[in-house]
Design a binder for this molecule. Structure first.
Ligand code: 5GP
Length: 138
């Protein structure tokens, strides 16, 4: 699939669209999902033009997985969930809706209702509250 420079995550990387940042370095950016499936729902993306995991240049793997693990550990500490789900979808048939590679990190516990996508948009203020808890534990 051809990478679309106008996708929403490309705009976030460029700074044309705002996000609530969790972690950033020259290879990756992690930020709060604007429609979280649970408090703390974070996305980690590579800073390269990659639609999905199958196209990711090798040098990005350690940075992407390292950041994902770091954030998953923080989410575990902050929310003490029963589990932490790392979700990554490749292609529309797999449920992918934004065609820039991303990993979802989502806490899981009984009583929370999980779908592939949530429809409720949270305010920056609400997202920042959860973000601050996560970055304190990175
Ligand atoms: P996918 O279905 O492609 O795996 O997930 C895309 C994710 O991106 C969804 O969980 C959705 O809530 C999130 N998302 C879509 N647009 C935006 C946005 O503009 N900002 C942020 N922070 N997340 C977004």
């Amino acid at each position: 699939m051809v990478y679309d420079d106008q996708n929403i995550f490309a705009k976030i990387i460029k700074g044309d669209v705002s996000c609530v940042k969790v972690l950033e370095n020259e290879f990756i950016l992690a930020f709060m999902d604007v429609m979280p499936q649970a408090p703390g729902h974070t996305l980690v993306i590579p800073k390269c033009k990659t639609t999905n995991l199958l196209d990711l240049p090798e040098e990005y793997f350690p940075h992407l997985m390292g950041a994902t693990q770091k954030i998953a550990k923080s989410i575990k500490k902050v929310y003490s969930p029963a589990g932490v789900m790392v979700l990554q979808l490749n292609g529309s048939e797999a449920g992918q809706t934004v065609f820039h590679l991303h990993f979802h990190i989502i806490q899981r516990r009984g009583g929370l209702n999980y779908k592939f996508h949530s429809s409720g948009v949270k305010s920056s203020l609400e997202l920042k509250k959860e973000r601050d808890k996560i970055i304190k534990n990175l």
